[in-house]
Design a protein around this ligand. Structure first.
Ligand SMILES: Nc1ncnc2c1ncn2[C@@H]1O[C@H](COP(=O)(O)OP(=O)(O)O)[C@@H](O)[C@H]1O
Ligand SMILES: [Mg+2]
Length: 268
C-alpha cells in the first residue's frame, strides 16, 4: 500500500525541502519506489535533483502539478524520472503561487489533490509519495494534508521554531473533523550542539503528549548547502558528510514506522 507523507511547517527554512529530498533519496536507495511532489512555488525540491535550467524547462511543459490541479486531472502524465533508480518527481511550476486562487472556486476544494492522486495510489506503483509543502497554511496546504496519511514536521531548534510548531499542531488539530492524517513525528533540524537551545527544544517537544520526536536529528552541515548548489542529494555530493548518516537513519525510522521494529509506531 502506498504511504503518503507530507513535510509541513509554516515556518520557512525549517528544513522541509531538504528533508523531503534526502529522505526520498534514501528510501529509494533502500529499494522503495518513491514519488516526490514539489508543492512549493520555490521549486526547491525539484532543484534538489535537477539543475535550474532543467527545472524551468520542465515547468514550461504542458503537464505539471498546477495544470493537473487546475483541470482536476490525475498526476500520472506529470511524472518524470530522476537519475536515481526508484525515485520520480511530479513536475511543478512557479505558477503554484496562484494555486490558492485556483482551488478556491473548486467544489470540495480541500480534496482536489487527493482526487488527482487517487488513481496513482490505486495503481500501487509507489511505496511512498512524499509531498513538500510551502511555508503557508492556506487551502493548498490543507489539500496536501488531506491527501497525506502522515505528516512529518521538521523544526529548527530555535524559540521561533517552537512557536511555529505550536501553530502547526493547532492547525492540524483544527482539521481533525475532516481528515485522519497522523503526525508521524517531529524532526529537529539544523542542530548545533554548542547552542544550549537545542537541548531545551528537545525537552519541550518531548513534553508534548502524543507527539513523537524522531530519534534522529539533523545537525547543521555545510555539505547540505553545497550539495543543493549542485542539485545533488547530500549523499551523492559527499559520502562522508555527517548528515548522510542522519538522513539514512531517518529513512530507517520512517520505514520502520508502524511495523513491530519501530519503537514508537503503532501497528496499523
Ligand atoms: N542541516 C542543515 N545544515 C545546514 N543547512 C541546512 C540544513 N538543513 C537545511 N539547510 C539550509 O537551510 C535553508 C532552509 O532549508 P529548507 O529545506 O529549504 O527549508 P524549508 O523547505 O522548510 O523552507 C536552505 O538554504 C538549506 O540549504
Ligand atoms: Mg521548502
Amino acid at each position: 500500500m502506498t504511504k503518503t507523507i507530507c513535510f509541513a511547517n509554516n515556518k520557512g527554512g525549517s528544513g522541509k525541502s531538504t528533508t523531503c529530498a534526502n529522505l526520498g533519496y534514501f528510501l529509494a536507495k533502500s529499494g522503495k519506489r518513491v514519488l516526490l511532489i514539489d508543492g512549493d512555488m520555490q521549486l526547491n525540491l525539484s532543484l534538489s535533483f535537477f539543475e535550474e535550467e532543467e527545472v524551468l524547462s520542465m515547468a514550461a511543459e504542458e503537464e505539471n502539478l498546477f495544470e493537473a490541479l487546475k483541470g482536476q486531472r490525475e498526476l500520472t502524465p506529470c511524472v518524470v524520472e530522476t537519475r536515481y533508480a526508484g525515485l520520480s518527481l511530479v513536475k511543478s511550476t512557479t505558477l503554484m503561487s496562484q494555486i490558492e486562487y485556483e482551488l478556491f472556486t473548486k467544489l470540495q476544494r480541500e480534496f482536489v489533490l487527493k482526487r488527482c492522486l487517487k488513481s496513482l495510489k490505486e495503481a500501487g506503483e509507489y511505496d511512498y509519495i512524499l509531498i513538500d509543502a510551502p511555508p503557508t497554511l492556506g487551502i493548498w496546504v490543507i489539500n496536501i494534508l488531506c491527501a497525506s496519511d502522515y505528516c512529518i514536521i521538521p523544526v529548527e531548534a530555535s524559540p521561533w521554531g517552537l512557536f511555529g510548531l505550536a501553530n502547526m499542531f493547532d492547525f492540524i488539530n483544527g482539521l481533525s473533523d475532516m481528515i485522519d492524517t497522523k503526525v508521524m513525528g517531529v524532526l529537529i533540524t539544523k542542530v548545533d550542539e554548542r547552542k544550549g537551545y537545542y537541548r531545551q527544544t528537545k525537552e519541550t517537544i518531548r513534553s508534548f503528549e502524543n507527539i513523537r520526536l524522531f530519534d534522529t536529528v539533523i545537525h547543521v552541515d555545510s555539505a547540505i548547502e553545497w550539495a543543493q548548489d549542485k542539485s545533488l542529494p547530500v549523499a551523492e555530493f559527499k559520502k562522508s558528510a555527517r548528515s548522510v548518516e542522519e538522513f539514512k537513519n531517518l529513512a530507517e525510522e520512517v520505514r520502520d514506522y508502524g511495523s513491530r521494529k519501530g519503537k514508537h509506531g503503532k501497528s496499523k
